[in-house]
Design a protein around this ligand. Structure first.
Ligand code: UP5
Ligand code: MG
Length: 196
């Protein structure tokens, strides 16, 4: 993808930080297309005849990062299908990249990102949100055991990616504690500083 034509903003943050919730606000007000890597993987997992269904299921339950070949392919396909007829597009890529190899590959071989929105949230808050959502979400990873594993993967594997982008001065960091509308105010202010 040509970064002159295609804008990519990553939305990162721990499990339950509010990536999906804030992305929905940005879709409404900024005309972004929202692509959640987790949603794409869950969809693929449920696609009959997929070669990766069982693998994805196991990785998600264990809070592990699915091999990047699978995730990058799903994202590329989704981006291609959502491009405008003039070849332009504005994408919020939610929950990706969450491992260094994915970040480097995507930046170098798919499309360099404009910036990263990082939603900063303490584990106690995320844990409560996830357990609460788990009552109705039907997600196989919204339980105590998987949540602990997801947190560990986030700290050990995904935070280094955020730290790398931060060193490059390409991160908008916003606290996602508090009401959705208040968090969103700060998201908008942060993005404005990046010229978005
Ligand atoms: N909520 C949100 N904001 C709130 C607020 N300000 N106040 C009160 N409540 C708030 O929100 C979570 C819950 O909190 C909701 O009930 C919401 O109403 C409430 P949500 O917006 O859904 O948070 P989000 O950050 O999107 O949480 P999610 O659970 O989706 O994050 P994860 O990062 O864990 O999940 P994801 O779907 O991205 O990934 C799942 C798994 O897929 C990963 O663990 C991994 O195994 C796999 N994966 C890969 O392998 N590779 C990838 O590239 C991506 C995913
Ligand atoms: Mg989400």
């Amino acid at each position: 993808f040509d970064p002159q034509e295609v804008t990519v903003v990553y939305v990162l943050g721990g499990p339950g930080a509010g990536k999906g919730t804030q992305s929905a606000n940005l879709v409404r007000d900024y005309g972004f297309v929202h692509l959640s890597a987790g949603d794409l993987l869950r969809e693929e997992q449920n696609t009959e005849g997929s070669d990766y269904g069982q693998l994805i299921k196991d990785y998600i339950k264990e809070g592990l990062i699915v091999p990047m070949e699978i995730t990058v392919k799903l994202l590329e396909n989704a981006m291609r299908s959502k491009l405008g007829s003039d070849g332009t597009g504005k994408f919020l890529i939610d929950g990706f990249p969450r491992k260094m190899d994915q970040a480097i590959f995507f930046e170098e071989s798919v499309c360099p990102s404009k910036c990263t929105l990082f939603l900063d949230c303490p584990e106690e808050v995320m844990r409560e949100r996830l357990l609460n959502r788990g009552k109705t979400s039907g997600r196989s990873d919204d339980n105590e055991e998987s949540i602990i594993k997801r947190f560990r993967t986030f700290v050990e594997t995904s935070m280094p990616v955020v730290d790398m982008f931060e060193k490059e001065g390409r991160v908008v960091k916003v606290s996602s504690v508090g009401r959705v509308t208040d968090v969103y105010e700060n998201v908008m202010k942060g993005l404005a500083k990046m010229g978005i």
